[in-house]
Design a protein around this ligand. Structure first.
Ligand code: ZN
Length: 151
């Protein structure tokens, strides 16, 4: 099943599960998310998505915000290369392009019907789903309990 909002990453459910297996249990937005998977020589996390090798931190950011043009780099505010917390990353190019890409990303992560069905049937934790779809925990809980959305 294809998830909404991430056209360039084109991740499927199995990819998300594989990705989340490499994240710490506690996804606190304040703390560093130390990548548990393979790392480059410089300590940055790596993730293979079909033919493409991703920096895990970049993919993490793209999952949350959406597409990011190739020429824009992400900088760690925490200075830890192994950290993949998207809230610790910001586009290193302060151009209008970067700002617009971020805004577009936020617009396309609105929840669709497919997204709601995915949430309802998913085994991922509420926190993971909340981060994945950029919606509140309250919304996730309401969908799980079928309080909102008619399936
Ligand atoms: Zn960090």
């Amino acid at each position: 099943m294809k998830l909404p909002g991430n056209s360039s990453t084109d991740m499927q459910k199995s990819d998300y599960i594989r990705f989340f297996e490499n994240l710490p249990e506690d996804l606190n937005p304040e703390s560093c998310w130390i990548w548990k998977g393979t790392k480059n020589q410089d300590g940055r996390g790596r993730f293979q998505l079909r033919k493409k090798k991703w920096l895990a931190s970049r993919l993490s950011w793209c999952i949350l915000y959406g597409d990011l043009p190739e020429f824009i780099f992400l900088l760690h505010s925490c200075d830890r290369p192994e950290c993949v917390n998207p809230f610790h990353l910001s586009p290193g190019n302060n151009s209008q392009n970067a700002i617009e890409a971020r805004q577009r990303g936020q617009q396309i992560t609105k929840l669709s019907y497919e997204g709601a069905v995915f949430i309802k049937n998913s085994d991922l934790s509420l926190t993971q789903l909340s981060l994945l779809f950029n919606v509140s925990l309250t919304t996730i809980r309401a969908i799980k309990q079928e309080k909102i959305w008619n399936f």
